[in-house]
Unconditional design. Structure first.
Length: 251
């Protein structure tokens, strides 16, 4: 690492990754946004799933001011974040075969819907099975992952495949294996992960594309407004009423 401050080094690394994602994933971002717009226009529903820290980016596009009201979190009990005790249980659940199918069996996901699956490594049983099963049931799947993991790690799914192998569209976050951008001679392990920054940006870029795509078709995007600005709550109430049959986080 150079003599510049670690904070500056991290910002530089994150900015570089964001620029790569913008430039190298532009076509996939456009395709993903268009797929979501197609789904909304066809009366389909939208879902997002991520386990552990990958759930942070998924949650960032659900019930979000400025975001699509129809995006629902597909939650797996114990794997949504680090609130489960002990926290290591969440990581263990990602490796359980059959869990994804059980979750989908009790979810409202159906043919014609779209599911965003976020998994940095894309190697664990849960996201792989989630993608495979959702597509079998007629849903479209957009995966957000680091493609590099597939070339340098071993899959933990019985099929030997990765999330990227079971998606209609893949967004590559460009994150290096290990998800740590900085090193220092006095610190024995690499540090400063950037996957959440990049993945959240990719997803918001997809959301922006979807909204613009709907507007271009003459369809008003079902967007939420901040409840902390005047008129925001009334606006959201109208959206909830109009699209209540496709919004599941209010039930």
């Amino acid at each position: 690492m150079s003599d510049s401050k670690p904070a500056d080094q991290f910002f530089d690394a994150a900015i570089t990754l964001l620029q790569r994602a913008r430039d190298e994933e532009a076509e996939n971002i456009e395709a993903a946004g268009t797929l979501l717009a197609d789904t909304v226009a066809a009366d389909g529903r939208l879902f997002a799933f991520g386990a552990g820290h990958s759930s942070l980016a998924a949650q960032d596009i659900v019930y979000r001011a400025g975001g699509l009201a129809l995006m629902n979190l597909l939650a797996v009990p114990g794997a949504v974040g680090v609130d489960v005790m002990p926290a290591t249980l969440g990581s263990a659940l990602e490796r359980v075969d059959g869990l994804a199918s059980a979750v989908l069996d009790s979810s409202p996901l159906r043919a014609g819907d779209a599911l965003l699956i976020i998994s940095l490594s894309g190697r664990n049983a849960l996201p792989v099975e989630m993608a495979m099963t959702a597509r079998t049931r007629g849903a479209k799947v957009i995966g957000v992952t680091s493609v590099a993991y597939a070339s340098e790690t071993k899959s933990r799914h019985v099929s030997g495949t990765y999330l990227k192998d079971h998606c209609d569209i893949v967004l590559d976050s460009k994150i290096a294996i290990g998800d740590a951008e900085l090193t220092l001679d006095t610190i024995p392990a690499p540090f400063a992960p950037a996957s959440t920054v990049v993945t959240a940006a990719l997803l918001q870029a997809v959301m922006a594309t979807a909204a613009a795509s709907l507007a271009a078709r003459g369809i008003e995007p079902p967007l939420l407004r901040s409840g902390n600005v005047d008129g925001g709550l009334d606006w959201n109430s109208r959206v909830f009423e109009q699209y209540g049959d496709r919004i599941f986080y209010r039930r």
